[in-house]
Design a protein around this ligand. Structure first.
Ligand code: HEC
Length: 144
């Protein structure tokens, strides 16, 4: 009886330890994610005043783009139309992005509409996109 009890205690203890280890690992991974200045801005947008097709495009953007970083990143970064075109492709081509051509086009349409009708009118409220050099610097400084 005594033996059985301690086996059970050991078993439960091991389960708790393993669970804790997983939680800590997940937390560490989350902390290790690179944070950009624009990630700190709002992570959602009220698009009720936008044209219906753009509202549908926003839904695709809101579903697909927060997979690796917050939705805030896209919402608070200012780019020209050409840069957005290049950037949506760059995001699409990242491993496991889960974004196909037609979804990429919808996301691009939303971003360009939002850029022209919201961000460009109030540039001070948004972050310009970081250059590749700035991104590299941030990545290199990670964990220090
Ligand atoms: C597969 C992961 C992944 C997905 C999905 C993804 N991103 Fe990114 N995004 C990144 C990474 C990683 C970076 C950091 C820069 C780099 O490595 O290219 C980044 C950077 C950015 C930046 C910062 C640009 C700058 O230079 O300041 C913007 C804006 C952005 N993403 C928007 C989007 C949008 C819009 C979508 C949806 C189409 C999206 N991301 C989907 C991984 C992803």
């Amino acid at each position: 009886m005594k033996f059985k009890n301690s086996t059970l205690t050991l078993l439960i203890g091991t389960c708790i330890a393993v669970t804790l280890a997983f939680v800590v690992m997940a937390w560490a991974q989350e902390q290790g994610k690179l944070l950009l200045p624009q990630d700190k801005g709002p992570d959602k947008l009220d698009v009720s005043s936008y044209p219906k097709p753009i509202q549908d495009d926003y839904k695709v953007f809101a579903e697909k783009c927060p997979k690796c970083h917050t939705l805030a990143r896209g919402l608070n970064t200012m780019m020209t139309q050409d840069e957005w075109s290049r950037y949506v492709k760059r995001m699409m081509h990242k491993p496991n992005s889960g974004i196909n051509e037609s979804q990429g086009k919808q996301i691009f349409d939303f971003l360009v509409y939002d850029e022209t009708n919201r961000k460009d009118k109030d540039p001070k409220s948004f972050n310009r996109s970081l250059t590749d050099e700035e991104l590299e610097k941030l990545k290199a400084g990670e964990g220090h």
